[in-house]
Design a protein around this ligand. Structure first.
Ligand code: Q46
Ligand code: ZN
Ligand code: ZN
Length: 301
């Protein structure tokens, strides 16, 4: 198969877009689509400082790379969760990525060094080893990302969530009719409350295989393994179901997600948003829906 724009062989055939592109035109298309997404949803501008949450995986490192290529003021944040070999290797990938690019700034927050415990240790203490550490992990990551973004004067926090991630989350939310979660699932979550930074997902319209192809073609060295605790997560199960539907009908994931966004913009879940009332945490000052301490501070109290 040939590239749509030149005589070179195509490296990626995107059936959902009826588009096949070569190794030169594919990365150009990918960068341009990211830029269109940033502008369509008014995520951030060139005058703003953006903090990119990087995990060492293909999505977040590709995102940081694309934002730098587009000329945005994008710095990286890596949170070392202390998950044995996985964290050590992913941290190495992130540090290597930053070292290869001149003038980029990377903040590393090492949980063990700053809070005295790795994620598995905290999870074991507070959950008594009952469940996987993911809910504790989410609480810690949200807190640290907000703190670093706010302290560093960043106005937007960008994450590498791709379309497959968003479609899987949406699928789970629809299945359980979690309308409150649906109200808060968006390409942009505005800084509604003092202390929160705007959260943005510039890859929300890009398929996982598209971000993987971009990383491979542009030579980004990333960690292939997922976090060991991701095994058995329901999101992986939902992704498998959506993959099968996509295989039968290319474009299914994109239509599912974009249709949801249109409904959301039309105000379908507006009431749910207004129900959440936030107060500053009495210890750290970050916004929380609970009176008194936020979920993060309660981990240590
Ligand atoms: S939540 Fe759970 Fe992830 Fe944290 S413990 Fe690993 S799988 S990293 S997105
Ligand atoms: Zn081409
Ligand atoms: Zn707090």
């Amino acid at each position: 198969m040939k590239c749509r724009h030149c005589a070179r062989p195509a490296v990626l055939n995107m059936r959902q877009h009826k588009l096949a592109l070569c190794e030169i035109h594919y990365p150009e298309w990918f960068v341009a689509r990211t830029q269109r997404t940033i502008q369509k949803y008014a995520m951030f501008g060139y005058e703003e400082r953006v903090l990119v949450a990087v995990s060492g995986g293909k999505d977040s490192l590709s995102l940081w790379d694309v934002l730098l290529r587009l000329g945005y003021q994008a710095d990286g944040l890596y949170i070392d969760l202390g998950i044995t070999d996985y964290s050590a290797l992913s941290r190495q990938k992130v540090e290597q990525f930053a070292a290869q690019r001149s003038g980029v700034s990377l903040t590393v927050v090492d949980l063990k060094a700053e809070y005295g415990e790795t994620l598995p240790e905290t999870a074991r203490r507070v959950r008594h080893g009952r469940e996987r550490p993911c809910s504790v992990c989410g609480t810690i990551k949200r807190h640290v990302m907000n703190r670093v973004a706010r302290d560093g004067g960043y106005t937007a926090l960008a994450t590498g969530h791709n379309l497959d991630d968003e479609a899987a989350v949406l699928f789970g939310n629809v299945l359980h009719w979690q309308t409150g979660y649906m109200a808060r699932q968006a390409p942009v979550l505005p800084a509604e409350y003092e202390g929160f930074v705007r959260k943005v997902k510039p890859f929300c319209r890009l398929y996982e295989r598209e971000t993987a192809a971009y990383a491979l073609i542009t030579g980004i060295d990333y960690i292939y393994d997922e976090c060991p605790y991701a095994v058995g997560a329901s999101s992986i199960y939902y992704k498998g179901i959506l993959d099968r539907m996509e295989e039968e009908a290319p474009g299914t994931k994109l239509q599912f997600y974009l249709g949801f966004l249109r409904a959301r913009e039309a105000g379908f879940f507006r009431q749910e948003v207004e129900r959440v009332e936030l107060h500053p945490c009495t210890n750290c000052g970050q916004p929380t829906s609970a009176p008194g301490l936020c979920a993060f501070c309660r981990l240590w109290g």
